[in-house]
Unconditional design. Structure first.
Lengths: 405, 238
């Protein structure tokens, strides 16, 4: 019976192929979306696990890049009991780097199809070097020490155009492919020639887009007033802990938002679960489209074989037998579409990983493949059911009469 | 043994009612050859398919080997069709996607084909002269050859009842003759009762039972058992 079903599919190869494509694309979409959300989760998870303090920004700022406060908050925060260290920072999107502005980078990205440069808008941060030296959980010095080269900023760099950048930026702004910027090279930011003193490498796409320099230098470069700060990075003593400190800061200074990284992580998780809900919706829609396609194909096929079903019924097949034949056919179709969808997703992820750097990796796991196959078979069975039911229900006599004309 | 007792069949097409059968009563003994003849539209096919429980009467009873076909459940009807009745159609109706031998075995496909059944199918195909065409698809066979496969398919279940609706209707006279001889020959070596609807009276021999239908009524029998079958069945009913 399985062989019979299979041959029936092969009788109309073009139609089968079209139905196959029709269902394998939603399956591909499902796997693609899942792997993207997984990749995102991993990347952000990686990033967040490297930062542990509390980030203080002006109220309702989505990110430090859009935040503006004055230096007097720093003293107020330091006065709060339990604050171990508070390090002011400025953050802004980088102006032209090596003569490449945002627009030219975007256009360049499109021209060279390098999605990286479109995704990664470099960011400049200026750090209060003395205050940052007192931090225990500073990301950049740590990653420079473990995986980078050169040195991190020290007291001697105050007011000087010395920068620490990531290996990724070094590659991006190098003279050409295979010729990244090295320690000691110059990096032109806006109209200032900076010197690269160190290279770090956090492996996170979000953290690796940052150019680190002295806070005073950064203000000058970015045209910010001398008393401006974007954010204060706060470390707390073990008791009272980060959550208590976060609350204390927001109470003492109502115009700021304090975010502990734990909180960011959990709000990220909440966001991702929202994303997952949207994903499920998209998946359901895609599968609905798949089901409709299968229904259409199988309905065409069963209508065409009306007489044949009548003959089979006359020869002793039961309604259930006809039902089983048609659902087997559509389940086969679904399975085939699932296999094709999985292969495409796997190939797509492999190719995409060549172009996506910096911490985001798309993976098509055996689990998600099994899910894809299961979904496609279920879609096939579901979509085949109505045509199968219709085929099984018809009166054999009418079909026979039709056939003898 | 077949008993048809006062069978009526009314088709409704829209508001119009078509009385295809209007009280048919007849009696066919086990192992006999019966020919249903009559003008087009007289109800021949209708009667034949009722014997195979493909269609059911509006009223009346049909008994085959003591079993009341009109009182069968859906499952019983399926089993009866699969195991007890062999059908031969005018337009062969082989399944295009199956080879000759698979076509012969198609009634058993859902329940699984045993090796014994396969051997039997092969034997029958050899018997009908297609021993070298077992794996040919219908489109690779001539009409006469396709009808031979259909005969093997009807006989593979060793049926009580062999039903053929104008089995030579789409064949030329030579192929038609061959098919009729084959049917006759195979029926003689089996226990099956053969009922054939035909327009062609040259296949009918004096020993055969002829049921002549006109306008949904049995017109009587020209040859053997003049009205005898009819009367005995009618008596049984009253
Ligand atoms: N589904 C149906 N609806 C309406 N009328 C029908 C239907 N099926 C059959 N009939 C009518 O019933 C009558 C008997 O049909 P049947 O097929 O039994 O005739 P027949 O004797 O086999 O004719 P032929 O020799 O042309 O095959 C015909 O008048 C036909 O039009
Ligand atoms: Mg007819």
């Amino acid at each position: 019976m399985g062989v019979f079903a299979w041959r029936n599919l092969l009788t109309r190869p073009m139609r089968t192929l079209l139905a196959l494509i029709g269902l394998s694309i939603p399956i591909l979409g499902v796997l693609g979306l899942f792997s993207l959300s997984d990749g995102l989760r991993n990347m952000v998870g990686d990033t967040l696990s490297q930062i542990e303090g509390v980030m203080v920004m002006s109220e309702n700022s989505p990110s430090p890049v859009a935040s503006s406060m004055t230096t007097d908050v720093v003293a107020k925060i330091r006065a709060i009991p339990g604050v171990r260290a508070a390090a002011p920072e400025v953050w802004r999107l980088a102006p032209d780097v090596e003569g490449r502005g945002l627009t030219s980078r975007l256009i360049g990205g499109v021209m060279t199809k390098s999605w990286n440069s479109m995704l990664d808008q470099p960011v400049v941060t200026g750090q209060d070097i003395a205050a940052h030296a007192k931090l225990r959980s500073a990301v950049y010095p740590r990653s420079l020490k473990t995986k980078g080269e050169g040195r991190f900023l020290n007291e001697g760099d105050v007011g000087k155009p010395n920068v620490v950048i990531s290996r990724k930026l070094a590659k991006q702004f190098g003279a050409g492919p295979g010729e990244p910027k090295k320690v000691g090279d110059r990096l032109r930011i806006s109209d200032v020639d900076c010197t690269i003193v160190g290279l770090y490498d956090t492996g996170s796409m979000l953290l690796d887009g940052v150019i680190v320099m002295d806070i005073g230098m950064a203000r000058k470069l970015l045209g910010m007033a001398p008393e401006t700060v974007s954010a204060v990075y706060v470390e707390a003593d073990t008791p009272p802990g980060y959550e208590a400190i976060r609350e204390a800061i927001e109470k003492a200074e109502p115009t700021v938002t304090a975010r502990s990284m734990n909180e960011v992580q959990s709000s990220f998780n909440v966001m991702m679960s929202e994303v997952d809900k949207v994903l499920m919706l998209v998946v359901s829609l895609a599968l609905a489209v798949g089901v409709v396609g299968i229904v259409n194909t199988m309905l065409m096929s069963t209508t065409e074989r009306f007489v044949e079903f009548g003959v089979l019924r006359t020869l002793g097949w039961s309604q259930a037998d006809v039902l089983r034949l048609v659902t087997t056919e559509s389940a086969c179709l679904g399975l085939l579409a699932g296999v094709v969808g999985c292969l495409l997703a796997w190939a797509g992820a492999t190719v995409a990983n060549q172009f996506l750097g910096g911490g985001i990796r798309l993976g098509v796991t055996p689990g998600s493949m099994a899910l894809g196959l299961g979904l496609s078979v279920a879609t096939g069975v579901l979509g085949g059911f109505y045509p199968a039911w219709k085929a099984a229900r018809m009166a054999p006599m009418e079909a026979i009469r039709l056939g003898s004309r | 043994m077949i008993d048809v007792v006062d069978v009526h069949k009314t088709y409704k097409s829209g508001t119009r009612e078509v009385h295809a059968l209007r009280g048919v009563t007849c009696h066919i003994q086990k192992g006999r050859r019966a020919f249903i003849v009559g003008p087009s539209g007289s109800g021949k096919s209708t009667l034949l398919y009722m014997l195979g429980v493909v269609d059911h009467p509006t009223s009346g009873r049909i008994l085959v080997e003591g079993r009341d076909l009109t009182a069968m459940s859906e499952a019983e009807r399926n089993d009866y069709r699969r195991d007890r009745v062999g059908f031969i159609f005018q337009s062969f109706n082989l399944i295009g996607n199956l080879s000759a031998i698979e076509n012969v075995l198609v009634p058993f496909l859902p329940r699984g084909v045993t090796p014994e059944r396969r051997d039997r199918a092969k034997e029958l195909l050899i018997r009908v002269g297609l021993g070298d065409r077992l794996d040919h698809r219908p489109y690779q066979l001539s009409g006469g050859e396709q009808q031979r496969v259909a005969i093997a398919r009807a006989l593979v279940k060793d049926p009580d009842l062999l039903l053929a609706d104008e089995p030579t209707g789409e064949l030329d006279s030579k192929a038609g003759d061959e098919i009729h001889h084959l049917l006759r020959e195979l029926q003689e070596t089996s226990e099956a009762t053969l009922v054939v609807v035909t327009h062609d009276r040259r296949f009918i021999t004096p020993q055969d039972l002829v049921l002549e239908i006109q306008d949904g009524l049995l017109a009587g029998d020209d040859d053997a058992e003049p009205a005898g079958g009819l009367r005995s069945a009618a008596d049984a009913a009253s």
